[in-house]
Design a protein around this ligand. Structure first.
Ligand code: APR
Length: 337
């Protein structure tokens, strides 16, 4: 019996993400939680004739914690695209404070109702919200770093697509699985194109093309914001990316071995390879790296790729590390104040 909860299920990301989870045959129960509109989403998805049971949960007031508790109880995987988008007149700090509080409240709910669940954080800024989840779960005494995931999969998805678009005759996006490390915004995103599946094609690009490709991956979200012309940011591609990580976790939970995905994780020494990774990223507590997934969560951090990068990538990593250190500090300060 596998139960998946989506928190923020009525949003732009939450709805298509919930649809994808609904279609996964490994899921027995889908719990949809939001503070608005979620009964409609539940009724709509509930008509789909896949075999999972769909329930929606809407709190009756701001103080009502029973709906969240019911959605979370018994959940094996909790996916979190809850939050608010930036509105006119709002600064980045205003946005951070609102989303940080939402994340803190949801983390408390998870600690009380589903402390053993895998937690997949989509709410931005991921570089800071994941540390908020970690600190809040820690405070409640239920923290397991091998089950906390910051979803950076969209950066990988974009990195695969964008390099393939440069070689349309010879490649397709699914030929690639770019290792994208670091964080999940702007220059904290570091695609390691010089390694693995992209090495050959990346080597054929000139310096200007390489720079443009990396910039496109780092700021790919802006293309969507501009194209949507004021109507929001990436939702469908983000939902796909969040689902892809959830799907891999569902496979690992059901016993499949050898699954490797990149995720933004806490480099806690309890996890194999985390201490080595932490040394390579100047002591940062959080970083996105490929990890081996198992039944109980993250089994191993694959840090070796950090030793294989070229000089240009080393410079990109240094910029990412400097920015991430501030982002992580901001999340930790919020959660521990
Ligand atoms: N609990 C649950 N859901 C909440 C809460 C809360 N405390 N607060 C807000 N929500 C819900 C909103 O009601 C809304 O349905 O979260 C949903 C967010 O949806 P959108 O506003 O459409 O935003 P979306 O584009 O889906 O992005 C959500 O993910 O990628 C990040 O930056 C993005 O932080 C943002 C989040």
């Amino acid at each position: 019996m596998v139960k998946v909860a989506v928190l923020g299920a009525a949003g732009g990301i939450g709805q298509p993400l919930s649809l994808l989870v609904k279609l996964n045959a490994k899921v027995d129960e889908l719990a949809l939680f939001d503070v608005v509109n979620v009964p409609g989403v539940g009724a709509d998805l509930g008509h789909i004739n896949s075999d999972s049971k769909t329930q929606s949960y809407l709190p009756s007031s701001k103080e009502d914690k029973t709906a969240l508790a019911a959605a979370l109880k018994g959940s094996d995987i909790v996916i979190i695209p809850a939050g608010v988008p930036r509105k006119p007149g709002m600064t980045r700090d205003d946005l951070f404070n609102i989303n940080a509080s939402i994340c803190q409240g949801l983390a408390e709910g998870i600690a009380e109702n589903s402390p053993k669940a895998f937690v997949l954080v989509i709410s931005n800024p991921v570089n800071s919200t994941v540390p908020i989840f970690a600190e809040t779960l820690k405070k409640k005494g239920v923290y397991d770093p091998s089950r906390l995931f910051g979803v950076t999969t969209l950066d990988i998805v974009r990195a695969n697509t964008f390099i393939s678009q440069l070689f349309p005759q010879d490649t397709k996006p699914s030929d690639f699985n770019v290792r994208v490390v670091g964080g999940h915004s702007g220059e904290t995103i570091v695609p390691l194109y010089s390694l693995g599946s992209t090495k050959k094609y990346y080597g054929e690009l000139n310096e200007e093309q390489k720079k443009a490709l990396i910039h496109r991956v780092q700021f790919g979200g802006d293309e969507v914001v501009q194209a949507k012309n004021g109507a929001g940011s990436a939702t469908l591609s983000m939902a796909y990316a969040g689902y892809r990580l959830a799907e891999q976790i569902l496979k690992a939970v059901s016993g499949e071995t050898g699954i490797v995905e990149c995720t933004y994780l806490n480099l806690d020494s309890k996890i194999k390879g985390a201490a080595e990774a932490k040394t390579l990223v100047n002591g940062l507590d959080f970083f996105s790296l490929p990890v081996v997934l198992g039944k109980d969560g993250i089994e191993e951090v694959k840090y070796d790729i950090l030793n294989e990068v070229n000089d240009d990538e080393k410079k990109l990593l240094q910029v990412a590390i400097d920015q991430l250190s501030k982002n992580i500090e901001k999340g930790v300060a919020f959660a521990t104040k």
